[in-house]
Design a protein around this ligand. Structure first.
Ligand SMILES: Nc1ncnc2c1ncn2[C@@H]1O[C@H](COP(=O)(O)OP(=O)(O)OP(=O)(O)O)[C@@H](O)[C@H]1O
Length: 572
């Protein structure tokens, strides 16, 4: 990419992130004032010494000396107070900014299409959410204020240098293009290395998540050594990526430090010649070099700080993907204009992904008050139908409509009427009760108690010392798979849903309990549509109507009584 367009890209990036700085502009101004006061305080002592030596000791009295010393103590106290406030304000502002970025990212991630979660590893998301955002804080925000102060110092001293000697200043400034050239040469290399390190760290996050999730598998296969070897290999890639980055970073800093440090030598050479020829006084040369030395530290900070900014840019680009088009997290309430949901219709629905037909011209009709069975071999398209019912996906052609009126994806409040229970564990680290009335879905405890009873969970909870206040982890802790599934079912039953979908949600529950749950569902949700995906033949016989799906088409539609269960094929 051309240099100009790179800068344009950076500016666009900073503009995007500026919205997070905006609410803190007043704090930032205060921070700047405190930093200037604190830095100015540091300049007082040498000047006070000059007054003491040249003025007080020559023509003043002891009381004048005491007065100045008191003033110096006052300045120290002021500087300490400034430092404390700087720390407090910086912490408040940077933590607030980081929190806002993370909140926007989470909003964005939660609204990503389901395909995103199928194709993105959890570790990648987690790494960007934590490490990249933290890197923005450390490499960008903390750098920004000191960068500004250093810049002001450099400008101020440059003005003083120009006042003292224009020629010498021009010579000093000849180094600036060299510094800029070095920065531009090293920046892409540094960014590339940093990107590589981020990717390796992402791999590490994924590794940790995967191993924790699959710990039973690792135990049962006794693959500890195999896994440790994999970890060693990732670590060795990280070490070599870090070392390569350190080599580039050190070369960059050393070149810049050398360029900045060589300034006074040039000045001594050129200025010394002037002193010998009598065109410059020794005093002027000493004063000039002292100013130049004062320039040294902020210049080095500015040039080295640039490394931090280039790292921040890498992280900002990675975070940027998650803060674009931040959706409104609030679901609009249902209105009387919304359809009552008497039925849901699939009219000649097809869904193609990457040119492959996942669903091929299917038509289905679901009516309230009935329990529907969605059956078919693995990979036939059942979950895809559910994704369409939930509005997680849109058909490529055809329509999924409610009461032959609105398409599901046109009803933003649809998720308020929908209870989805899936086979996989769907618990949060909270009490059983809060898991059941998740997100305030069932506000009253009575409703939650009813749902727990309907999900055949009361017996389990009665045996727990803390009852439904028992805490469970996100993995379900000591609960059995069937118990975890029943908590998820209770959650769906704790709200007045118009559509309840159970996608193999009873796979780990014994047939008798499943039958009781279905009876409770039928009893409580007389005005709702209930759809059950199952591979269990006994369960299929409890349905009112069955849709058998095969290779994305409807193979059978009718009552279970006329379905030939013996003909069900096993497909892989
Ligand atoms: N995002 C996607 N990209 C590509 N193919 C996909 C995608 N989502 C689903 N498929 C494919 O579509 C087909 C149907 O998948 P689906 O999950 O709907 O099957 P299913 O009937 O629910 O299977 P199971 O009973 O095993 O859960 C499968 O072959 C699957 O690989």
């Amino acid at each position: 990419m051309k240099k100009d367009s790179i800068w344009k890209e950076y500016m666009a990036l900073f503009r995007k992130f500026n919205k997070y700085l905006k609410p803190y502009h007043r704090h930032q101004l205060l921070l700047l004032l405190l930093l200037i006061t604190s830095s100015a305080g540091a300049l007082v002592t040498p000047y006070a010494l000059k007054i003491i030596i040249d003025g007080v000791f020559q023509k003043g009295q002891y009381s004048d000396l005491v007065q100045i010393l008191f003033m110096l103590v006052g300045v120290y106290i002021l500087r300490i107070a400034c430092t404390i406030f700087i720390e407090i304000i910086y912490t408040k502002v940077s933590s607030g900014i980081i929190a806002s970025i993370q909140q926007d990212m989470v909003k964005c991630i939660m609204h990503k299409p389901i395909d995103f979660f199928r194709t993105t590893q959890s570790g990648d998301i987690l790494y960007t959410l934590q490490s990249d955002v933290n890197n923005i804080q450390t490499s960008f925000l903390s750098n920004l204020v000191s960068y500004l102060i250093d810049l002001l110092t450099v400008i101020g001293i440059t003005i003083m240098l120009l006042v003292l000697n224009v020629n010498l200043t021009v010579i000093s400034l000849l180094l600036v293009p060299l510094i800029v050239f070095t920065l531009r040469a090293f920046t892409p290399l540094l960014q590339e290395r940093f990107k590589k390190i981020q990717l390796e760290n992402e791999r590490l996050s994924n590794f940790f998540i995967e191993k924790i999730r699959n710990n039973r598998l690792i135990k049962s296969y006794n693959t500890y050594t195999h896994e440790l070897n994999k970890l060693r290999s990732i670590h060795s890639s990280i070490v070599s990526a870090n070392v390569r980055s350190a080599i580039i970073s050190a070369s960059n800093s050393s070149t810049l430090t050398f360029l900045v440090a060589i300034g006074p030598i040039f000045i001594l050479a050129y200025g010394g010649k002037n002193v010998f020829s009598g065109t410059m006084t020794i005093g002027a040369l000493i004063a000039y070099i002292q100013y130049l030395n004062k320039l040294y530290s902020p210049m080095v900070n500015i040039t080295n700080g640039y490394n931090g900014f280039s790292k921040a840019i890498v992280s900002m680009k990675r975070v940027e993907a998650y803060i674009e088009a931040i959706p409104d997290a609030t679901t609009p309430p249902l209105t009387t204009q919304d359809p009552a949901c008497e039925n849901i219709c699939f009219e000649q629905v097809s869904l193609h992904i990457n040119g492959t037909a996942i669903l091929d011209n299917i038509s289905l009709q679901f009516e309230k008050g009935k329990i529907y069975g969605l059956i078919g071999p693995s990979g036939s398209g059942k979950s895809t139908i559910i994704n369409l019912l939930c509005g997680f996906m849109q058909p490529t052609s055809g329509k999924v409509s409610i009461d032959n009126e609105k398409s599901i994806h046109q009803l933003p409040g649809w998720h308020n009427r929908l209870g989805l229970v899936e086979r996989e564990n769907q618990l949060f680290h909270d009490s059983i009760l809060e898991n059941v009335r998740y997100g305030g879905v069932a506000n009253s405890e009575e409703k939650a108690a009813m749902a727990i009873a309907s999900a055949q969970l009361s017996g389990v909870i009665d045996k727990l010392p803390e009852g439904w206040h028992t805490m469970v982890t996100d993995t379900g802790g000591t609960l059995s798979d069937g118990q975890k599934q029943r908590i998820a079912i209770a959650r769906a039953m704790a709200r007045d849903n118009q559509l309840i979908i159970m996608d193999e949600a009873t796979a780990s529950i014994e047939s008798l309990l499943e039958k009781k749950i279905l009876e409770a569902l039928r009893e409580q949700y007389k005005d709702s549509i209930i759809i059950i995906v199952t591979h269990r033949m006994e369960s299929m016989q409890l349905m009112d109507y069955i849709y058998e799906i095969e290779e994305g088409t409807v193979k059978y539609a009718g009552q279970p009584a006329s379905f030939n269960f013996k003909k069900m094929t096993v497909t892989t």
